[in-house]
Every structure is written in C-alpha cells, then in structure tokens.
Ligand binder design. Structure first.
Ligand code: FAD
Length: 386
C-alpha cells in the first residue's frame, strides 16, 4: 500500500516551509515538495522583512544582508527627503539562504523535503488528495490534506475548485553593482513608477537591488528607472539582468475546500501597499498549520473543519489589505504635482512625529486612517480622491 502522508505542502518558500515545520512539530507526517533542485532558487524578491516578523516568528538572522535604517524619498520634482525612524525598521535577507534555512528547520522538525518535484495535477478524493507530476505519473503522492504554497502562478487551487487571484501587478528588479549606497531609496512619480513606486535597496557595500512595481509595462519603466539622474551615474553593472514576476494585489475569494488550504502569495496574502508577501504569508501559514493540527485530531479534513483557517487569517489581515488597497487606488490617481506636495508635507515636523508614532513596517491601517483625516493632506489630494 502506498504511503499516505498526513499533510503534503506544495512549495518550499517561506510560507510552505513554516507550515511544514509546524505541522511536523505537531506530530503530523509532512511531505514538503519543491519544484526546483533546492529551495530559494530563481526567486525574484528584494528580501525585506520587518523587524517585528523576526521577533514574532523567531526567524533566522544568519540570512540578513543589511538593515533598513533610513529611507530617502525622491519626489517627481527631484527633491528628496530623508526619513530616519531612529531604529532599524526591517532587514534585507538573501532569499536563497532564508528559504534554505526554513526548509532545513522543517526537516529538523520531522518533515520530508522532496526537491525537483513539480506538482502539476491535484485530485481531491473522498479519503485523500492525490498529486501527480503528469497524467501518466506512476508514483502519485497521497496525503490526507494538501497545502498549496506555490506563490503566484500555479493553477493547483483552481484544480481544487478554488479561484485564483484576480488582480496582479508586476515586480521588475535587478541586482546591480552601484556606488554611493547609504539609505534605502524610494522613487515616486508617474514617469518613474506610475501608480506605485521604485526602489534602490543596498545589500552590502557596492551592491543593491533596484526595482519597481507597475500594473503594466514594467520592463519599459524599469529601463527608464535605470536612466534616472539619481541612479544612472552610480550603476557599474553594464547590463543589469532584470527579473519580472507577477504579484497578486488582493486575496483570493476563498482559501480552503475539502482537504485543501491555500497559503501565502498563492492566496494573495500580500501587503496591498508595498506588495511585500513574506510576513503575511508566514503568519497565515502558521494559522493553516494550527487548523490542520485540529483537523487531524478529529480526523476531519472537510471544508467545514478547515474553515477556521480562513476566519483566522481574514480577521488578522483583511482590514489591513482593504485599507492598503484604498490607499493604492488613491495614490494611482495623484498627479506628479500632488506627489511633490505630499513629499513636501512629509518634511514637516508635526507629520514626521505622527509618522514616527503610528507607522509600523507591516501594519499601515492606523497611519493611513489618521493621515487621510489631516486637513493638510486632504488639501493636497483634493481632486485625486474627493
Ligand atoms: C520584485 C519583487 C520584490 C519583492 N520584494 C519583497 C520584499 O522585499 N519583501 C516581501 O515581503 N515580499 C517581497 N516580494 C513578494 C514576495 O517575494 C512573495 O510574496 C513571497 O515570496 C511569497 O512567499 P510564498 O512562500 O507564498 O511563495 P514563494 O516564495 O513564491 O515560494 C513558492 C515556492 O513554491 C515552489 N513551487 C511553485 N510551484 C510549485 C509546484 N507546482 N510544485 C512544487 N513546487 C512549486 C517555488 O519554486 C517556490 O520555491 C517581492 C516580489 C517581487 C516580484
């Protein structure tokens, strides 16, 4: 008789590995599947993770390459202002090392990691879920429940009868050799990153990740970004190698069904302000593991038994996601003049102290709500929102 795992987790990214570690620790036989030969390969990500995530999830610190101490914002006019929160807000990791460490932790907890396995077919039966690499796969994998943690792009959730993310944007980024790196740099304006933002994130002396988020034509905007007068003269890499990846901008409608949960970016558990997905994905992955632990105790992996997962994660992050989306939609309508005025506002002492009081790297709702009620800000965005 073929082995029946309690849990098969598809995708050894941060969400899948954390979920596997926790289900294995709970005593469930767990198989973690990764399509590449090793976790963390071919990932397009800046690797910024808030300091809170390191504390709350006890994340590994060895993969940290640099810390995000100060941010310089560049307005469309070329003016800039430097924000110094007085403490490190976040850290920048090597995703290769981060993902491999987490997958290692899952193995240490008892999960089996199988690399080079690309799950393409998923079938939910009455007593198990079956996974195959192809139709005539002689060696299907069977598990009592499956966690889809593939990031964006697989259609496994759809095969289980769930809808995929509806809206996406694109992240375009390259790692480059670059001079005069000090702060994280954020570039705003319709000519640089219409409707979103662009960044330079130092990794180590002389090396940075340069990229942007755009709803369309991201490669075109990326090429223009490299010509920006504050960036072009400092780049030493002759032909930066751009990677392009889609990122969902809202969560999927439903993240569970009989014997199946969807976690992380595959479920659209991504910050709607910045498109950062590592922390929210991992938080939700921990909730998925807890629901699976309880389902295993009652030997019931029905949709009804798995529903608490969705209740848990929506109550944790869905208000944040909604508020962030509203802000993005407002920001997308602002002209360069309005963005200039906003950046100017950011230099005011009362605004800086408000930001210092309310801003948290991963939780933006309080700051957004309070800011939108400020008469000075309403004045600037009038015409964009109201
Ligand atoms: C340019 C860019 C910059 C970004 N910067 C940041 C940032 O600074 N901070 C941040 O928090 N987020 C950032 N993000 C988003 C972040 O990368 C993702 O949200 C995050 O990686 C999601 O984690 P995950 O575990 O859900 O999925 P992933 O990290 O995508 O991991 C999924 C894993 O599943 C594997 N897999 C996929 N399909 C299959 C299959 N069918 N069978 C087996 N294995 C499979 C993949 O190989 C991968 O290892 C960025 C995104 C982009 C595009």
């Amino acid at each position: 008789m073929k082995e029946l795992y309690d849990i098969a987790v598809i995708g050894a990214g941060p969400s899948g590995s954390l979920c596997s570690m926790l289900t294995a620790r709970a005593g469930l036989s767990t198989l973690l599947l990764e399509e590449h030969e090793a976790p963390g390969q071919f990932i397009n990500c800046t690797g910024i993770i808030g300091a809170e995530a390191f504390r709350r999830l006890e994340l590994p610190t060895e993969p940290i390459l640099s810390s995000l101490q100060t941010i310089t914002f560049y307005a469309p006019s070329g003016k800039s202002f430097r924000y110094d929160p007085g403490q490190p807000l976040a850290h920048v990791v090597s995703r290769l090392q981060f993902d491999q460490t987490l997958a290692g932790w899952a193995q240490e907890a008892g999960a089996t990691l199988r690399t080079g396995y690309h799950a393409r077919l998923l079938r939910v039966d009455s007593d198990a879920v079956e996974l195959r690499q192809r139709e005539d796969d002689p060696d299907p994998i069977r598990a009592r429940a499956v966690v889809i943690a593939t990031g964006f792009g697989s259609n496994l959730a759809q095969q289980a009868g769930l809808a995929g993310p509806r809206e996406i944007v694109y992240g375009a980024q390259a790692e480059v050799e670059m001079d005069n790196l000090r702060d994280v740099e954020i570039y705003l304006g319709r000519a640089v990153a219409p409707e979103a933002f662009a960044w330079v994130v130092p990794l180590q002396p002389g090396i940075a990740r340069v990229g942007l988020v755009a709803a369309k034509e991201a490669p075109v905007h990326f090429r223009k970004l490299l010509l920006h007068p504050s960036i072009a003269p400092r780049i030493r890499t002759a032909q930066p190698k751009m990677l392009l990846s889609p990122v969902p901008t809202e969560p999927i409608e439903r993240s569970y069904t009989d014997r199946v949960l969807v976690v992380g970016e595959a479920a659209g558990q991504v910050k709607t302000t910045t498109q950062g997905g590592i922390y929210y994905g991992m938080l939700c992955a921990a909730m998925a593991a807890e629901t699976l632990r309880e389902a295993a105790q009652s030997d019931n992996f029905s949709a009804e038994a798995l529903a608490p997962y969705e209740q848990a994660w929506t109550s944790a992050i869905s208000q944040e996601l909604k508020m962030g989306l509203s802000l993005r939609q407002l920001f997308a309508r602002l002209s360069d003049n309005q963005i200039d005025a906003l950046v100017e506002l950011g230099t005011r002492d009362d605004i800086i102290s408000l930001v210092k009081r309310l801003a948290q790297f991963d939780w933006h709702r309080d700051l957004i709500q309070t800011s939108l009620n400020l008469p000075a800000l309403q004045e600037v965005v009038r015409g964009g929102l109201w």
